[in-house]
Design a binder for this molecule. Structure first.
Ligand code: SF4
Length: 180
């Protein structure tokens, strides 16, 4: 059987969803027999390849680079999964929407609240081209499956991956709805 071309992507999130993925521990060895990891923060591959079978995206869309990448990933991916609550609904990453304009967030983060290690004359507006409002993935492209949690529990991730690799529909119910 051909191996599944598998990717994971990290947008505007804390990496906690990827850490939970690593909590799959020895099952990762079993997973490695079924998938080829073609793109991920865990491997040193610079460009998202064509014809990816399955991709998990952690984090919300917060800047122009995420936006551009998300359109590209959607075109190149058969099954796209919103991975974790930031990807599903904005969650922690979308808290900056409360400030209104993105410049306000940059100003607060890098200037007015940076009392200990403030960098004199630092042009904080150049470091990130933030989009006006943080958005969940499904507001921008079609998402095939939603894997909730902050972060999703490792057993929930395992269940989802097993189902999708076997070309079955994952349905969250019972114990899978509980974290821990
Ligand atoms: S869903 Fe939670 S764990 Fe995952 S990136 Fe967002 S804040 Fe971090």
């Amino acid at each position: 059987m051909d191996k599944i071309k598998f990717a994971t992507v990290w947008f505007g999130g804390c990496s906690g969803c990827h850490m939970s993925f690593l909590d799959l521990d020895e099952w990762l060895i079993e997973l490695a027999q079924k998938v080829d990891v073609v793109y991920s923060p865990f491997v040193d591959i610079k460009h998202y390849p064509d014809e990816v079978d399955l991709c998990l995206i952690e984090g919300a869309v917060a800047n122009e680079e995420h936006l551009e990448q998300l359109y590209d990933i959607r075109k190149k991916t058969k099954i796209l999964v919103s991975f974790g609550d930031c990807a599903l609904n904005g969650n922690v990453t979308a808290l900056r929407n409360l400030h209104g304009e993105p410049d306000k967030t940059l100003e607060l983060s890098y200037k007015s609240l940076a009392t200990l290690n403030n960098i004199p004359n630092f042009d904080y507006k150049k470091i990130a081209r933030l989009i006006k409002k943080v958005k969940p993935l499904h507001e921008i492209v079609k998402i095939d499956y939603f894997l909730p949690g902050c972060p999703p529990d490792a057993k929930r991730i395992k269940y989802f991956l097993e189902k999708l690799i076997n070309k079955e529909n994952p349905v969250l119910e019972g114990e899978l709805l509980k974290n821990g």
